[in-house]
Design a protein around this ligand. Structure first.
Ligand code: MHF
Ligand code: KIV
Ligand code: MG
Length: 272
């Protein structure tokens, strides 16, 4: 507002305008330094509840609290200047009622300064989505493979493989759009369903394991950097950061044991 040198942050409008223009680029981020590093390359950053597994070593995303999501979103907002930032509403923070969802989503926007929330669910969450959007909370929905439904699904299973699942997903997609969501994540969706949904919807589809035919793509950044042991087929490992860290730490351990580190240039000296 005051400084001339402040970078303008992407808005929901900037993201939705891209449909039909060029694919939307996005990644997850949980921390300030990672957000700062990704900022120049992405349109938006998602503070995903996947941080439960990636950062905290939990078995699923079920155990992460809204308080934790808010602290990480604050960190990402400090690190990124240009990317729009979206907070992923955690399990239990929005499903009970539309009032509960507004209470928690409005708190997320108020306390972090982020521009939108994401929540898992299709037609079953349409009323909630409409309630939030009417009250000025922009919503990204998330259908297909919904990790918060892991105990109902009995694992992480690709969706849209049979006609019943396909019909349900198309119904979900239209319900979300009608409710006013500006975008929807399609996760773990077998071809060619995401192409059909992307073509039929006016809102922006963001794919993860949902084919190249979506309006944009997202990945968990630690997965594509080779810093989380994911076996999911949709992950392309663009780097092997885990191996880089392993080599560095092994060298450090060897250097300490052999007194090569610290060298004179790492050592303080008293005046002569
Ligand atoms: N680091 C990380 N990356 C993610 O993408 C991610 C998380 N964590 N945590 C929450 C969920 C869990 N996710 C997952 C986890 C595993 C598979 C997986 O192994 N899928 C099988 C499909 C098997 C089937 O279709 O039956 C695969 O082979 O890809 C998929 C999504 C996506 N989300
Ligand atoms: C992978 C994305 C879509 C997500 O929901 C997460 O990181 O939690
Ligand atoms: Mg998530």
């Amino acid at each position: 507002m005051y400084a001339d040198n402040k970078v303008r942050r992407n808005t929901v409008r900037d993201i939705t305008k891209l449909k039909g223009e060029r694919p939307v680029v996005s990644l997850t981020a949980y921390t300030a330094p990672m957000a700062a590093q990704l900022d120049q390359y992405v349109d938006f950053l998602l503070v995903g509840d996947s941080l439960a597994m990636v950062l905290y070593g939990m078995e699923s995303t079920i155990g992460v609290s809204l308080d934790t999501m808010i602290e990480h979103t604050k960190a990402v907002m400090r690190g990124a200047q240009k990317a729009m930032v979206i907070l992923d509403m955690p399990f239990g923070s929005f499903e009970q009622s539309k009032e509960q969802a507004f209470e928690n989503a409005s708190r997320a926007l108020r306390e972090t300064g982020c521009a939108a929330v994401k929540l898992e669910g299709g037609a079953a969450m349409a009323e909630t989505i409409q309630f939030l959007v009417e009250r000025n909370v922009p919503v990204m929905a998330h259908i297909g493979l919904r990790p918060q439904a892991v105990h109902v699904m009995g694992g992480y299973r690709t969706q849209g493989k049979n006609q019943e699942e396909r019909a349900q997903m198309i119904e979900d997609a239209f319900a979300i759009q009608k409710a006013g969501a500006f975008s929807v994540v399609l996760e773990g969706v077998a071809e060619p369903l995401a192409a059909e949904i992307t073509e039929k919807l006016d809102i922006t589809t963001i794919g993860i394991g949902a084919s190249p035919d979506c309006d944009g793509q997202i990945l968990v950044v630690e997965d594509m950097l080779g810093y989380f042991p994911s076996n999911a087929k949709f992950v392309k490992r663009y780097a092997e950061v885990g191996q880089v860290i392993d080599q560095a730490v092994k060298q450090y351990a060897d250097d300490v044991k052999s007194r090569i580190f610290p060298a004179p240039e790492h050592t303080y000296h008293a005046k002569k």
